[in-house]
Design a protein around this ligand. Sequence first.
Ligand code: UVW
Length: 282
Amino acid sequence: MNLIGHNEVISASRLVERGKIYSLAIPIQRTGVPIFPHRGPPQRLTTVNDQDQPRHLNGGVPSGTGPNADMLIAATHNGTHIDALCHVYSDWKLYNGFPSNSFKTADGAQHCGIEKMGGIVSRAVLLDFAGLVGAPVLDETVAISGKMIAAAERRQDIEIRAGDIVLLHTGWLGHYFAGEANGMPPSLYDVPGLGMSGAEYLIDRDVAAIGADNPAVEIMSSQSTTFLQLHLELLVNRGIPLLEHLDLRQPISDGVNRGMFIAAPLPIMGASGSPINPLLIV
Ligand code: UVW
């Protein structure tokens, strides 16, 4: 994120021509959205409604008047979210060599927590890999390569620059929702996504962050015996945050290839990630 300076923010703001805002978040709800079973569905719980007496208001409330309120219990990594740099560790080290045991049971991250991320504003580049292969979704065995990224840039007439937020459209989220509508949602463990040569291509271009419309940005296979290799390379070795479960369907179908990107992780002290509602403004 250090690659995003004042100039990147100002030049991103100059991309706004139509004033159209795309929300790239999927709804936070218990069913109908991709959810890893080990994290569980979010719970929106009503804490007060018209069944309750608004006692804290000293009874001075006219009949028919009162508050509704609720609370949210949700995994920081389900739904549309961003991974903090403390999310994974390799060789007992987090990004910048901090020890893995600095992520405490009670207090969470002592280093690289999501609260360090602040707000993210930069140019987003949207690359359409489903469009590149001429299918609604990439096959689940496809690892997006450096060559594919170069081909997508050429096809969409856009070049990735330092400080960009690169957003990858694999078609997987649309595929998920289509399957869900038929009662047969696809597995979250066999998913097309970024491959190592694609990651190296983006690293060479000094991108600030990488997002995708799939669960982990990187390709996932239930047959794999290794832990998420690109999470380790991008978060631990390179300090490049990941944005997952982005809904890119509308801007892609509108032919958008870039725009001003805004996302603000919640400043949850010590958290390994945060739900976000990323905005793309064109
Ligand atoms: C996975 O671990 C698959 O995703 P995330 O990076 O959100 O934790």
